[in-house]
Design a protein around this ligand. Structure first.
Ligand code: IPE
Ligand code: IPE
Ligand code: MG
Length: 254
């Protein structure tokens, strides 16, 4: 199934966001505040993921996308990077069976070639096992970067184009090759941990997402916090370039 693009046509604005994308930030500071090692914060962060995934399913969200490791996070101390990789492996070992029983489809997107073979295998198996589940799609962005995504899409698009065809490329053609072409663009973007930046997350897909920033650290982000973000989203007027008057008129007519 392909979804319409927010720039090519005006999409619907569901009352409950169909797709929520989250930058899960603040694990390290959560731990440091408690005089714990940063890694304790990442461990707590996994628990928060479990809770938020369950809450999203209960609220009727169809896609939740979680930024777990960015293409720039390799710049962290080697020790922290390898601890994060190990945590990823244990989380997959523990959670995939449960997700499958709950009808959740798991996807992992990013440049996976940089992960070791065992982790790549586990990811492929988890995706295969859950591929036909329809309750909620959970996407983990791992070694993901928004620029990487656009670049790999351009490269695939160019490779597919037959020689001699000099018609200009379209947005639709490029979008088909983005790593998350299976999902609609996010309705709601959330960043925890107080920073107000995109940090090379979904650059293309966030074109018309509603942005929500909270100071709450990711390990403390619970169902009530998610409901606050959804309530904020529900207050927004999503104009997609139109005027407020146009929206009022449209509402009256329908
Ligand atoms: C987010 O928490 C998790 C990852 C980037 C892996 P951080 O580790 O960035 O936590 P802070 O920002 O240092 O508090
Ligand atoms: C963004 O968080 C990436 C993830 C949450 C995985 P960072 O903590 O790495 O972002 P910056 O470096 O503060 O922008
Ligand atoms: Mg951070």
């Amino acid at each position: 199934m392909t979804y319409s693009s927010s720039t090519l046509s005006v999409p619907s604005s569901p009352a409950v966001p169909r797709h929520i994308a989250i930058i899960m930030d603040g694990n390290g500071r959560w731990a440091t505040r408690r005089f714990l090692p940063r890694f304790a914060g990442h461990g707590k962060g996994v628990e928060a993921v479990r809770n938020i995934v369950e809450t999203c399913a209960n609220r009727g969200v169809e896609f939740v996308t979680l930024f777990a490791f960015s293409s720039e996070n390799w710049r962290r101390p080697e020790e922290e990077v390898s601890l994060l990789m190990r945590l990823f492996v244990t989380a997959l070992e523990r959670e995939v069976g449960k997700m499958h029983n709950n009808g959740i489809r798991l996807k992992v997107v990013g440049d996976l070639s940089r992960f070791d073979a065992k982790l790549q295998d586990m990811i492929a198996n988890a995706e295969r096992k859950t591929a036909n589940n329809t309750n909620l799609t959970v996407t983990i962005c791992a070694n993901y970067g928004g620029r990487w995504d656009v670049m790999q899409a351009v490269q695939k698009m160019l490779a597919q184009e037959s020689a001699g065809n000099d018609a200009p490329f379209t947005e639709d053609q490029l979008a088909q090759h983005l790593a998350m072409a299976y999902a609609p663009e996010p309705d709601l973007f959330i960043r925890t941990g107080g920073e107000q930046r995109i940090s090379n997350f979904l650059l293309w897909q966030l074109a018309y997402s509603e942005l929500y920033f909270t100071d709450t650290y990711w390990p403390d982000f619970d169902a009530a916090e998610l409901d606050k973000a959804i309530a904020s989203y529900q207050q927004r007027e999503r104009r997609f370039g139109r005027t407020s008057e146009q929206l009022v008129k449209q509402k009256k007519a329908s």
